[in-house]
Design a protein. Sequence first.
Length: 263
Amino acid sequence: MQLTRAITAVTLLAFTAACRESATEPQTPADALTRDVAVVSGDAAYEDVGVIYAQIGTFGVPMGDVGRVTGWTGPCPYDATTERFTCPVQTREGRTFSRSYAFRDATGNAQRAYDGATTASANFQSSMAGSVERDGWSATMSHERDMTASGLVGTETSHTINGTGSSTESRSRHTDGGLRTYRMSSVATFTNVVVPVPRARGAWPVSGTITRTVTAVREGVVGSVSHERMSTTTFNGTRFASMTVGDRTFTLDLATGRAVRKP
């Protein structure tokens, strides 16, 4: 009887360990790639949300916490030739930020200042270059975004964001579960991302999506192999958005940028 119990205990222990490994470790190169793309896409979406809320500062309303990015500081001089306000370059924690914006009324005419009664939309163009390192992942990156906020006329309680973005990770290095190194690039589309205005701490995008097509070139001893994955982040008004990468679903924590795969 004791021998039987011992064998049973060992069997259960081995089964439990196997389940734990299968739940946490990628079983195939394709699984590893999907998880690595989720890490990069989740971090980019985290930065996207910070950029969106930092932009609100140009309207003179509270931004709340904006994570990695810097807040808008003025004055940003107006250039009549480009019809844009170009802001001074800022550096924060080893990352460099460049930004410009433009206001337009309902008929598309450029405005030299924001007017709460007549400004209908605002276009924001920004770039960030630097590096990030955390939780078994490090990368040197460059991000660019071109976003337009609409629904601004009058007393508004939300803005709707549409636009595009692009990024490159010149060296995306993943050490969780083994060493994997990529060169990654992506193209992003922001579709009807609705954010409450002004933003209080703890408020998150109410709806909309950010879709990224990610191209990852895996660097290995046998040469480079290129793969592609699509990720879609869907907002729901809470801190935890849903993100799909290929056929896998993750929960994305918008406060940290960390993505956890759903069972």
